[in-house]
Design a protein around this ligand. Structure first.
Ligand SMILES: C[S@@+](CC[C@H](N)C(=O)[O-])C[C@H]1O[C@@H](n2cnc3c(N)ncnc32)[C@H](O)[C@@H]1O
Length: 509
């Protein structure tokens, strides 16, 4: 193999650029991998040498198309069904049964899981299969299995749901006969009912686009982000773990792979030990009890999983992590909702509810609103958003409908309704709601974007492309740094990047 020599300064600069855009970290000992990636990427883009390509990247930055291409040459696509079984066993035998039981008792029949860095989909489908086996009356539940990745090629393969023998290298014997059909060319095709349980979408974990209702990354019960952060620098991993913390409901779980340890989560999560596996749990006590020191206590006592009570401590809202405004004395966890509600309610209800909402104190928002005889549309909308951020989608729907009874012509309420319906996987009703938004506001950027995503999910690619084009057309009229209306704070520039990624990956399929 030829060794290509590149200037160390150039390599370090381009490595920094890639780290800032994609999280991928190339310290000196991985410079050879970076050089090989630049060589392949540069050749694709018509550059004679990796050096020339690196210089161009440093001069003009990384375009969305180049980012996709760099993702293809720099990310690691290693994955398979039922990988790292100890973590899955903890989920299947303890965490999920306990959650399903608790939710079944309260009538909140929903489970929300996210495979972040899902690669070609094996991990997300593993979760879906696990849920299909654990919940007999699956159709009576709202199940979300979100799967995201930065590499559009991986996502396209994942959506196809077809796998080769290699993807089953760690799989239990029942998997293939139970869930796959073998084709003459040797491909195994996953049953459609499991495929339909998973929604794949592009998401760069470096972007501050989550948690957000817009991309369905809020109110998660379980996030798996395994074998992803090992390629990130420690500071980046910490930032990402912080965002996952906000994406999780109180009591929710984060699973990383054993080699990733607790690098990014030390002071946010409680570390809980199971047989040969450690998972991280979001809980108020974790803030007082650092994750990496409380291990022995969890190990000594058998793990007893408390029912997950969705008391929000985190900001689940907005693309920019909006940290609550804390006074110097507020170093401890945020106030427990019920205790804080009377204090907040001393203000005018809308102001009090808005304050509570901005502090991610969704339970308090709902307590304030429950006490009102005649809530306004604005308050009803806040209630719907608070309930959605708690994962209580039926309740969110009910608040949206109340708001629409008061005023049918509010496009933003129809849009919120569509977002909640999409999270519930009720695509036809969501599409109807979006039609109403576009009838009321034909130039709503977000409505075109959401409609395009929905049509993608239902396989209507041509119509989806039309709405993506319209989204870009409208975005191009905005200043890049301006926030897209109703988008939870997403800038026009960021949304343009996302739309272009989606368009380009569709063009390739
Ligand atoms: C080794 S695979 C892990 C797949 C799966 N989680 C598993 O453990 O089997 C790593 C995945 O992380 C994705 N990835 C890397 N950087 C990312 C980023 N900044 N945002 C989202 N995904 C990323 C890669 O594209 C790749 O699919």
């Amino acid at each position: 193999m030829n060794t290509i020599v590149m200037e160390r300064d150039t390599l370090e600069a381009v490595s920094g650029l890639i780290e800032r855009r994609m999280g991928l970290h190339f310290p000196a000992e991985r410079h050879d991998t970076l050089v090989r990636g630049l060589e392949r990427g540069g050749a694709e883009m018509g550059f004679a040498s990796p050096d020339a390509y690196a210089v161009r990247l440093l001069a003009t930055g990384i375009t969305p198309a180049e980012q996709d291409m760099l993702a293809q040459v720099l990310t690691v696509g290693e994955t398979y069904f039922f990988r790292e079984p100890a973590v899955l066993k903890a989920l299947e035998e303890q965490i999920l049964p306990s959650l399903i039981d608790a939710r079944g008792k309260t009538g909140e029949r929903r489970i929300r899981m996210w495979s972040a860095g899902c690669c070609t989909g094996e991990e997300a489908y593993t979760l879906a299969i696990m849920l299909a086996r654990l919940i007999p009356a699956l159709s009576e539940w709202d199940i979300t299995v979100l799967a995201t990745d930065i590499n559009p090629d991986f996502l396209a393969k994942a959506r196809a749901g077809r796998y080769r023998e290699w993807s089953f290298r760690g799989a239990p014997a029942w998997l293939k006969p139970g869930f796959f059909t073998k084709h003459a060319n040797g491909d195994y095709e996953l049953s459609k009912h499991v495929q339909r349980m998973v929604s794949f979408s592009y998401l760069n974990l470096v972007d501050d686009a989550y948690p957000s209702l817009v991309n369905n990354t809020a109110a998660m019960d379980v996030i798996l982000c395994r074998n992803v952060m090992m390629y990130f620098a420690p500071d980046r991993a910490r930032l990402v773990a912080g965002r996952f913390h906000r994406s999780l409901l109180e009591g929710g779980w984060l699973a990383m792979s054993p080699s990733e340890g607790c690098s990014g989560s030390a002071d946010l999560f409680a570390r809980v030990s199971f047989d040969n596996a450690t998972l991280y749990r979001k809980s108020a006590t974790a803030l007082a009890q650092p994750a990496c020191s409380g291990d022995a206590a969890f190990r000594a006592a058998p793990v007893r999983l408390a029912p997950v009570i969705p008391v929000p401590l985190a900001n689940l809202e907005g693309e920019r992590p909006r940290e609550p405004q804390r006074t110097r004395s507020q170093t401890a966890p945020r106030p427990v909702p019920c205790a804080s509600a009377p204090l907040i309610a001393a203000k005018a209800p809308l102001a009090a509810a808005t304050d509570a909402y901005s502090q991610s104190n969704y339970q308090a928002v709902l307590s304030i609103i429950a006490a009102l005889a005649e809530p306004t549309v604005a308050i009803l909308v806040l209630a719907a958003r608070a309930a959605a951020n708690l994962g209580r989608l039926d309740e969110a729907l009910a608040w949206c409908k109340k708001a629409l009874e008061r005023d049918k012509l509010q496009a933003s309420v129809h849009h919120l309704l569509a977002t909640v319906l999409m999270a519930k996987r009720d695509e036809p009703a969501a599409l109807e709601a979006l039609k109403r938004v576009l009838y009321l506001e034909p130039h709503s950027i977000l409505a075109h974007f959401t409609t395009a995503n929905l049509l993608l999910q239902t396989g209507e690619t041509t119509r989806a492309l039309g709405h993506f084009r319209k989204t870009l057309f409208l975005l191009n009229k905005m200043v890049d740094s301006a926030v897209v209306p109703d988008s939870d704070g997403m800038t026009a520039e960021r949304l343009k990047v996302i739309v272009r990624h989606l368009q380009e990956s569709l063009a390739r399929t």
